[in-house]
Design a protein around this ligand. Structure first.
Ligand code: GDP
Length: 172
């Protein structure tokens, strides 16, 4: 375990309020805030994970969702290994917004970027507004990983990041 860690850059994208900061907070610190302040620009959190003989350092960038930050977000996803596109399962407009984010990423990122879609706020499934089959069909059409998550109750969060790591580095 004396090798330098494998570095992976992961960026979260999606409209404001879908839960990007909350997903990162849940994954890195295992906590949740109901009154999260909106991210301004972008914020960073690192996490190191030890596998049997590989150490992986995740460099996670959480970007602000507002329209005015789209061009700033480009600086973060341009050289990222993976992008997590987040929408809120209770808001159809956040799903449409996510598709706009994907189209931008596709134009500006490294062509091998791994894309994952997180349908967040799964704990509010009773108020679901985006038909899951639409999300699954869309994810398949862009060859993206699709996961349902809840930053509030942790569902799917760990699995989402694990799947990204293993898809990027199947040898681990
Ligand atoms: P961001 O703008 O995409 O970073 O969204 P935030 O992480 O700031 O979350 C926006 C709001 O949604 C906050 O009030 C969070 O507490 C709430 N939130 C985030 N994730 C979840 C979730 O999985 N379930 C529920 N019920 N609320 C969530």
């Amino acid at each position: 375990m004396d090798k330098a860690p494998l570095q992976l850059k992961i960026v979260l994208l999606g409209d404001a309020g879908v839960g990007k900061s909350s997903i990162v907070l849940r994954y890195v610190t295992d906590s949740f805030k109901t009154d999260a302040d909106g991210t301004v620009g972008a914020s960073y959190m690192g996490k190191i994970i030890n596998f049997e003989d590989v150490m992986v350092k995740l460099n996670i960038w959480d970007t602000a969702g507002q329209e005015r930050y789209h061009s700033l977000a480009k600086m973060y996803y341009r050289d990222a290994n993976a992008a997590i596109l987040v929408y809120d399962i209770t808001k159809q407009e956040s799903f449409d917004g996510m598709i706009r984010w994907y189209n931008e990423v596709k134009q500006n990122s490294n062509p091998n970027i791994l894309v994952a879609i997180a349908g967040n706020k799964e704990d509010l499934v009773a108020n679901e507004n985006v038909p899951p089959e639409n999300a699954i069909t869309y994810a398949e059409s862009i060859k993206a990983v699709y996961r349902r998550t809840s930053a509030k109750n942790s569902q799917g969060i760990e699995a989402l990041f694990k799947e990204i790591i293993f898809k990027l580095h199947p040898e681990i």
